[in-house]
Design a protein around this ligand. Sequence first.
Ligand SMILES: [Zn+2]
Length: 319
Amino acid sequence: MNGLVVVRQRGSGSDGDAPWIVDGGRRVPGQDGRRRLGLVEEGLTRHPGARTVGSGATDTDVERTLFAIHDLGYLAALHDLSDLVILPRFAAPGLQPDIPAGPELVTAADEAIRTAISAARRVAAGTRFAYALCRPPGHHAGPAFMGGYCYLNTAAAAAHALLEAGAGPVGILDLDLHYPNGTSAIVARMPDVHLHSLHAWPVTNAPTDPVLPRTGRERLVEFRDAPDPEAYLDAVDESLDQLARTARVLVVSLGYDTVAGDPHGSWDFEPGVFAAIGRLLASCGLPICVVQEGGYAVDQLADCGGAFAAGLLAEAAVA
Ligand SMILES: [Zn+2]
């Protein structure tokens, strides 16, 4: 069936909201919170073909997946926290620590992993489009490092769940504004996964200029200036063409922080660009598990989600 299954993250309330982040050298109030998910869900479910379900993966599923993609010492340190602390030893290589870690944040990150696994399993079981509506984002979390609001890597968790179900090889397409340093480091250890990223330069989450692909399975497209939507969509199309040569299924790390007014962004896309992205994704023909990454312009998030679902499902209806 060509509808969109939206997997909702467990829990409620603002306990696990990000307290602060260092951005541009300054500590600023955290923009990642539970409220984001409600706004995106409101937009996605404007389309009658979208329906919301709970996240069904078990605690054992979450634990097993985390053991497969993250280092044990890192997982133990995160899950032993009793207070909000800064952990310099788990900053991304070459970067300063930019976020604190604490028990509520880690609980939210565990739930994000559960959501991503649940969405991936829906796809492995035959759902064409599933959307893991999860937070905190995951793509800056590496095997043993955190950063940029990210503690545990949801895209890698989805890819792992798809591989485990025999649905691979997997292509990951990262369309967040920022370079996915964590996903890149984890995917380097996953031979059946290709990673493509379209992102802005300068980015705050890479120690080198330019960022170089870590393996031959990685393609990076950097935009030194805010691109025209047409140029960006051409690059999306090219990546989809290339990924479809090896992948049987896609994980899309979708960030809405490319829109005008995003507090962590620098581009000026309108929400409508996500309708065009949705159409391109649907027309590539592969099953797709979307994982929510960034996007913090709260007054735009519902429109971004609404445009994405409209484009994805309109194209799927005619394909
Ligand atoms: Zn981002």
